[in-house]
Design a protein around this ligand. Structure first.
Ligand SMILES: [Mg+2]
Length: 252
């Protein structure tokens, strides 16, 4: 009997090269997985718009877990939402900041040019990144991040630290969204996860077979995930090895 297999993958630094944002050797591997009937879901902090643009550029039919697990979009377009609406996140963030005397500035306060300056994205991609539905990325201009986090928690918001921005979001994470997708596939599904960094921990802990690609310096990030497979290859090159492993098990 053929296996049912599903692959969840991070984008930046994993499917896509850290510097060039290109999939390189991972693209033919991704196409092969899909051709063999393996279901693939992008799973990242990126918005629906960013992820669907990437899928269209790569010409692949995949599912999307967007904005840190805020929503799952199936390949057929149906959606399950776990996140809090963006306007409500912004309002609660502003309230929390006001109570602790902090000044925050989010994507929703920034013109595209300012997002470009912070991220290095071109104008189109900065615009896609601004099309947020459930989470707000922001900088703290003044004030204490710990106090802000406390005031946000009272209002049902989580504060997360990223490399460039802080993020405000509701009570959701990538692991919960991945678990939801796996449950829909039923008991016999084999699930795989591909990631590179700390923000993939929830996703990797939710799958049967967690896999880690190498960082640009050739090392693997040390993550608290059991039975992790360390793939040879930086980013997309490691991804290619992971896809080969999935294909071998899928067709067995
Ligand atoms: Mg990554």
């Amino acid at each position: 009997m053929p296996h049912v297999s599903v692959v969840f993958t991070d984008l930046d630094g994993t499917l896509l090269d850290h510097e060039t944002y290109q999939p390189g050797p991972a693209l033919p591997a991704l196409r092969e997985l899909l051709a063999e009937g393996v279901a693939v879901y992008f799973c990242s902090a990126k918005t629906w718009t960013e992820q669907t643009v990437i899928a269209a550029e790569l010409d692949v039919a995949v599912g999307f877990i967007v904005e840190n697990g805020a929503a799952v979009y199936e390949p057929d377009g149906s959606a399950t939402v776990f996140g809090t609406p963006y306007r409500l996140v912004r309002r609660k963030l502003a309230e929390a900041a006001a109570t602790v005397g902090a000044r925050v500035r989010g994507y929703g306060d920034m013109p595209v040019s300012e997002v470009m300056r912070h991220t290095g994205l071109d104008a189109d991609r900065a615009e896609y990144a601004r099309k947020r539905e459930y989470t707000e990325s922001f900088i703290i201009e003044s004030g204490d991040s710990y106090e802000l986090g406390q005031a946000m928690a009272i209002r049902g918001l989580r504060l997360q630290r990223g490399s460039r921005f802080w993020t405000a979001q509701g009570e959701h994470d990538k692991g919960q969204a991945v678990g939801h997708v796996i449950a829909r596939f039923g008991d016999s599904v084999e699930s795989y996860g591909l990631g590179d960094y700390d923000n993939d921990i929830g996703m990797l802990n939710a799958v049967d077979t967690p896999m880690l690609v190498q960082l640009p310096d050739g090392s693997w990030r040390d993550l608290p995930v059991e039975d992790m497979i360390r793939l040879d290859g930086v980013g997309p090159a490691g991804w290619r090895s992971g896809a080969d492993l999935v294909l071998r098990r899928h067709s067995r």
